[in-house]
Design a protein around this ligand. Structure first.
Ligand code: DHB
Length: 394
């Protein structure tokens, strides 16, 4: 039976858990990482494709050999299209930074390879994960390995990077935590298709038929989304209907035409915002989706998880190395500041770009007024560019 005495037990081997494990390893700190999903399941779950510049710098400074520079693409801007008229944002001019287009599931593949090279233990496909004694200095995590063996991890700290449905968040006593939640009447219909890119930059389009996002993956695979109702059944939509809907949402006087091709994947993405505070209790710390979920507009999910880790890793390191536990005590307070900025931006982008079938005409006009306040103003554009490329830490 595998039994470990380690510094940090990390529940969740997604990008947040593995990035944290890597930063701890760089400081000579041991960890054991477990996940109930298999490596291939995580690698093949489609995620958003935009990395903030700070997320890429984090990978670089951590020495993770990521293919982001060889297979990803720097994007210096986006277009926001309103009823068929495009408004271009050039991030380097506006805010002096850029973003990178690189599928977030590929970040996982890069981080899992980096983890394997460290030789430290990672267990995928575990079942029956339990944790306990989180109010003590000797918390533990138990699980069953893929081979059916009992896995026992005794640690000084536990990090819950186990996503929105993992077991860690529930361990924070109900009377000490608050869950903030917002439901949206939207969902996205997401496709992957075999086609060349339709445009140099991503297009976020508001139209009377609803929102569409023309994103990219590579020179021959593209990712696109359109607003749909949450109960949509993707299988009743033919390729022709999907292309007609996407095209209708970007139609405009400039005659812009999408480049089409066979659709190779169709999924519905739900929309919700949630935050749990505080993101810590005793020896347990939450990072990423286990503590917060954002709607997909603006692609903040993984970037926010990395931002949590950028606060948590140095705090754990200084606590474990005996150079001070104040940063760890203040982790939630520090991290939630950015969490709420990202919630606000994701909410704002969603509300400005989508049309709500249930909303009154006032709200439709008001949200267009909000969007135009940004598009028509240098200050507004810089504000949006800063939110999109990511706020400086702190
Ligand atoms: C992608 C997803 C997003 O939510 C977004 O805002 C930008 C890009 C994507 O999957 O490519």
């Amino acid at each position: 039976m595998p039994e470990f005495q380690t510094d940090v037990a990390i529940v969740g081997a997604g990008p947040a858990g593995l990035m944290l494990a890597h930063l701890l390893h760089n400081a000579g700190i041991d960890s054991v990482v477990i996940d109930n999903r298999s490596h291939d399941e995580i690698a093949h779950t489609h995620r958003a494709g935009i990395l903030e510049a700070g997320s890429v710098r984090m990978l670089e400074s951590a020495g993770v050999e990521s293919r982001v520079h060889t297979e990803g693409h720097r994007h210096d801007g986006i277009d926001i299209r309103v009823n068929g008229t495009s408004h271009s944002f050039h991030f380097p001019d506006l805010i002096g930074d850029s973003v990178w287009l690189y599928p977030q599931n590929e970040i996982f593949v890069d981080l899992a390879a980096a983890r394997a090279r460290t030789g430290r233990p990672t267990y995928f496909s575990v079942t029956d994960t339990h944790l306990g004694d989180i109010e003590s200095e000797r918390p533990w995590v138990n699980a069953t390995t893929a081979e059916g063996e009992d896995l026992q991890i005794n640690a000084r700290y536990i990090v819950g990077a186990d996503g929105s449905r993992g077991p860690c968040r529930a361990m924070i006593p109900a009377d000490t935590k608050q869950r903030f939640f917002h439901e949206y009447p939207f969902a996205w219909f997401g496709i992957l298709c075999e086609a060349p890119p339709s445009h140099e930059v991503l297009i976020y389009s508001r139209s009377e038929r609803g929102f569409a996002l023309i994103s990219q993956r590579s020179s021959d695979i593209q990712r696109m989304y359109f607003q749909t109702s949450p109960d949509t059944d993707v299988d009743v939509w033919t390729d022709e209907q999907i292309w007609a809907e996407l095209q209708a949402r970007v139609d405009g006087p400039d005659g812009f035409v999408l480049k089409t091709g066979p659709i190779i994947d169709k999924t519905v993405l739900p929309f919700r915002s949630a935050v749990t505070e505080p993101m810590q209790h005793g020896s347990l710390f939450l990072a990423g989706d286990s503590a917060h979920t954002v709607p997909p507009t603006g692609a903040k999910g993984l970037n926010l998880a990395f931002a949590d880790v950028s606060v948590l890793a140095p705090a754990l390191i200084s606590a474990l190395q005996g150079t001070g536990a104040e940063a760890l005590a203040g982790y939630s307070q520090t991290a939630t500041k950015r969490v709420w900025k990202a919630q606000n931006f994701s909410y704002q982008m969603t509300r400005m770009l989508h049309t709500d079938p249930s909303q009154d005409a006032f709200e439709t006009k008001r949200s267009l007024g909000e969007l135009n306040s940004i598009l028509d103003s240098e200050h507004g554009r810089r504000y949006l560019a800063e939110c999109y490329t990511g706020w400086p830490n702190g």
